[in-house]
Ligand binder design. Structure first.
Ligand SMILES: Cc1cc2nc3c(=O)[nH]c(=O)nc-3n(C[C@H](O)[C@H](O)[C@H](O)COP(=O)(O)O)c2cc1C
Length: 143
């Protein structure tokens, strides 16, 4: 079984989280397919029962607008009943982008592994990476 971890990352913080999520998936005995959102296809992703999506807070508490926002828009009508883990890094805000994103996916019918996703301030510390691994493992167990 392969579980996709699709992310956008400008400076590598969200990528580090994606890699930790993948470690958790692998620790549960599944295969992890980590890819940048530019290389991912929404319909193919939606064919999976469970997957992870990562994006930092960009714009003003928004998803990255050129790749991740259109990807999420295309995915929204396809995620009803899917189990999804959201994660991402932020800088100076309070996590508003993630609350909005989680709400959006729940409204689209997705079941979130963590109610408000996993957020890390700038580079993820050991605690945040541990949360990513644990959530990746849980995602694989639900897939
Ligand atoms: C153009 C731009 C806009 C940003 N907007 C926000 C924001 O609204 N709120 C926030 O908390 N951080 C914001 N940040 C900070 C990033 O979320 C933060 O640097 C994050 O660690 C980047 O993750 P990445 O390394 O995966 O790209 C912004 C950064 C950039 C470059």
């Amino acid at each position: 079984m392969s579980i996709s971890v699709v992310y956008w990352s400008g400076t590598g913080n969200t990528r580090a989280m994606a890699e930790a999520v993948a470690e958790g998936i692998v620790s549960a005995g599944a295969e992890a397919d980590v890819k940048e959102v530019g290389n991912a296809d929404p319909a193919a992703l939606a064919a999976e029962n469970a997957f992870a999506l990562g994006c930092p807070s960009m714009g003003a508490e928004q998803l990255e607008e050129s790749e991740m926002e259109p990807f999420v828009e295309a995915l929204e009508p396809l995620v009803s009943g899917k189990t999804i883990l959201l994660f991402g890094s932020y800088g100076w805000g309070d996590g508003e982008w993630m609350r909005d994103w989680a709400e959006r996916m729940k409204n689209a019918g997705a079941v979130l592994i963590r109610e408000e996703g996993i957020i890390a301030n700038d580079a993820p510390d050991d605690e945040a990476l541990g949360e990513c691994r644990a959530a990746g493992k849980k995602l694989a167990e639900k897939a």
